[in-house]
Structure formats: C-alpha cells, structure tokens
Design a protein around this ligand. Structure first.
Ligand code: C5P
Length: 400
C-alpha cells in the first residue's frame, strides 16, 4: 500500500502519455497523494483536465500560473515528493535531465528534487539503442536514479521491438516494491561487478574465461532484497535480472568495466568486485580475421587495468570494498596479500580445490577473510545462500 506516499509524476511528450491516466488511477487507488507535472508536448497526447480529475490535484505545466501572476514553485515540489516518477520519459527529456538543462517546470523540478527519481523511458527502438541515449541513461543511473526497463512489443512507429514504456501495472509494482523495500541496506548504494570480460583478438575471436556471472548476479539481487539500490556492471553472461532495485550495465572489456565502475564508484557505499576480469589483453587487435597459416601463432598480450586496485586507491572512509580470490595454490597467503594490495576491507576466497565450487557451478564453498585477519569458513552452499552469507558478513562490518 502507498497510503500517504507523495508521488510526483512527470509526464513528457510521448504517445505512452495516454497510459499515465491508468498509472495515476492505480497510484491514487493505493492511497498515494499524486501531483502531476507535464511538459508542453505531453499535453498534445493527453489533457491536463483528465489527469487533474484522476489525481485530484491541479496539473502543473508552466513556471507561471495563468493570469494570476503566481508561480509554480519547483523547489517546493521537489521537496514535497517522496518519489519523483518520470513516466513516460522521452529521449529528449532524458537527454536534458542527464545534462542539467532546466528549460521547463519538469526539468527544473528534477534539479530541485531531493527524493529518489525513477524513469520509465518510452521511445522507438532505434532511439533507445542509440549510444547517445545509452550514455544519457547511464549518466542518470550514475546520479543514483533508477530506470524501469522498457518492454518489447508494437511501437507507435509501426516497428516491433524494445522501447514501449513499461505497462502501468508494472510501473505501479516497481513503485510499490520501492516503498516496501526495507532492510539493513535501505538507502545504501551497492556496486557489483560480475561475469567475465572479453578481450578481442580479431573481429571474431576473443580472450575470455568460464565465469558464468551467477555469483555476481546472486549478490546483486540479495543486496537489493536487503533494500540497497544496486548497480550491477556485468561482462557477457546469460544471466538475467528483473529486480526493480538492480540496474544492470552491460560491458564487454576490462577497460569498459573500469570506465563504468569509475562512473558509479563515487556514489557507492559498498563495492563487491565479483567479476573475473581478464588480466591481459592482446597488445593489438587485428582488423581482419587472422588466417590459418603457420604451425604456431603467438599473440602478444599487455596488462589490463586492475579495476579493484584502481577503485581501492580512491576509497573513502565511508566506503567498503570487497574482492574475490580464486586461487589454485597458497590460497590463504595469496588472499591476504590481495586484501592489502587492492585495499579491500574483506576478501572472499573460493578454491578450485573444493569439489562443487567454482566458475560454472551452482554451488560455492567460500572462506571470508577481513582486514583484521579474521577468517571465517563456510560450508558448500547454493550460490544464492553464499550471496546471503557474504552480505551478512559485509553488514556486520560496515559501519556507516
Ligand atoms: O588479482 P586477482 O585477479 O586474483 O584479484 C581478484 C579480485 O580482483 C576480484 O575481486 C576481481 O574482481 C578483481 N580484479 C579486478 N580487475 C582485474 C583483476 C581482478 O577488479 N583486472
């Protein structure tokens, strides 16, 4: 139930604006107090009268109220809301908000809002996959905003694909779960890396590893279950997540993973680096597919950035970093060394010597070592259970 929750709904100019009527009904029915802001072009798709009737509040569209000379105070609105939901969010509004432009009431309110902001984008499939839109959405995520994924289906353009605004019922569910989220990590930002990285050799081949991403995805979802807002930066995997509090960022190479991590790290409280990052990459990438010829072929490799070490260098007092170690020999000694070298607060050691533990398996057997050299051994468990153990160990040590 959303009883007493104050929701500011920003509507920008997309055909999906007609669905806002249904969304408002669901929110109001559930007890929320809803105020609506519309951009000028949103009014071409649905009238303020419809939405003010449904929300039982005046709909705000301009900085200045007609005739009376009064102005609609965007600062007050921004402070009033418990949640600012922008649905539909067009590519144009997303671009403006990602860049701090405030040439209308909706945009100015966004800059004034202190509450969490959630976007439900709506656009054509090509606009959605354009790198500019992608970069803008990633920027919004890096500000701590959440994005409700678009859905696949018929688009107003006549094309079929991704880009449809999530159905009002799904947006409502997101909002409901958002307010329901409780737990020790509520209000915390958790960054998780997962999966392998792929380093291109030529246009069709790469250096990679067997990491399935299962451990990282389980950790991300468990952190979200404990109330955290999670950024999950993953290399190529088959894993999926539709947890409303997990924002997935897909990357391929170690350099891309580092760039993404750097973007989100400053805003993060806890970083859990579960990715199996390729230590080396080809010194140069061949433009053409390398032809079979000689009996032997040597590929020169150069070192990749160490993401964990880079983040560790800039770690603040209020941040907690967790690393993983997969060792085949001198396990404990190497894990201890890594803990200090990468400035981890805690390291999770999984050994390939343990039956049932490791890369593509569903189970894992871990040892946790913290920076005070306290060692904890765990039984072989399902990766979801292992994720819970890891998060409990973090929560009992994280003091912020
Ligand atoms: O040094 P090693 O690769 O064993 O360290 C493992 C830990 O460091 C893991 O937490 C892994 O995610 C992280 N790592 C990284 N960037 C690298 C290599 C490892 O973040 N290039």
């Amino acid at each position: 139930m959303l009883r007493g929750k104050r929701i500011l709904l920003g509507i920008s100019g997309s055909i999906a604006a007609y669905k806002s009527a249904q969304l408002i009904r669901l929110l109001v029915k559930s007890g929320a107090d809803v105020k609506v802001l519309m951009t000028k072009s949103a009014q071409d798709f649905i009238t303020p009268l419809t939405l003010s009737t449904l929300s039982k509040n005046p709909v705000l569209t301009e900085f200045v109220k007609d005739d009376s000379g009064q102005w609609n105070n965007h600062v007050e609105l921004g402070l009033w809301a418990d949640l600012f939901l922008i649905a539909p969010a067009t590519a144009n509004s997303i671009a403006k908000l990602a860049n701090g432009i405030c040439d209308n009431l909706l945009c100015a309110t966004y800059l004034s809002a202190r509450c969490p902001v959630v976007f439900a984008p709506a656009m054509d499939l090509d606009m959605l996959r354009h790198p500019a839109t992608n970069a803008n959405m990633n920027k919004l995520i890096s500000f701590g905003n959440s994005i409700i994924k678009t859905e696949h289906g018929d688009l107003a353009s006549g094309l079929i694909g991704k880009g449809r605004m999530a159905e009002p019922e799904h947006i409502f569910k997101f909002v409901d779960e958002f307010f329901e989220a409780t737990g020790p990590l509520k209000g915390k930002r958790v960054l998780v890396t997962a999966g392998p990285t792929y380093e291109a050799i030529d246009p069709v081949r790469f250096i990679g590893n067997h990491s399935s991403g299962k451990m990282g995805f389980s950790i991300a979802e468990e952190a979200a279950n404990l109330g955290a807002s999670v950024i999950l930066i993953s290399g190529p995997t088959n894993q999926k997540t539709d947890h409303p509090l997990v924002n997935l960022v897909n990357v391929t190479t170690a350099q891309e993973m580092l760039d993404s991590c750097t973007q989100y790290y400053g805003e993060s409280n806890i970083s859990i680096l579960a990715a199996a990052v390729s230590d080396y990459k080809p010194a140069s990438v061949s433009d053409q597919k390398i032809k079979k010829g000689h009996d032997a072929l040597a590929i020169d490799l150069k070192i990749n950035p160490d993401i964990a070490a880079e983040l560790g260098k800039n770690k603040r007092q209020d941040q907690f970093n967790v690393g993983f170690a997969l060792e085949t020999e001198n396990e404990r000694a190497n894990a201890f060394e890594k803990l200090s070298k990468k400035n981890f607060d805690m390291i999770v050691l999984n050994s390939l010597n343990d039956e049932g533990a490791g890369f593509t398996k569903d189970t894992n057997k871990i040892t946790i070592i913290d920076k005070n050299n306290i060692v904890m051994n765990y039984e072989l468990k399902n990766k979801r259970e292992v994720a819970k153990d890891i998060l409990q160990a973090i929560i009992s040590r994280y003091e912020n």
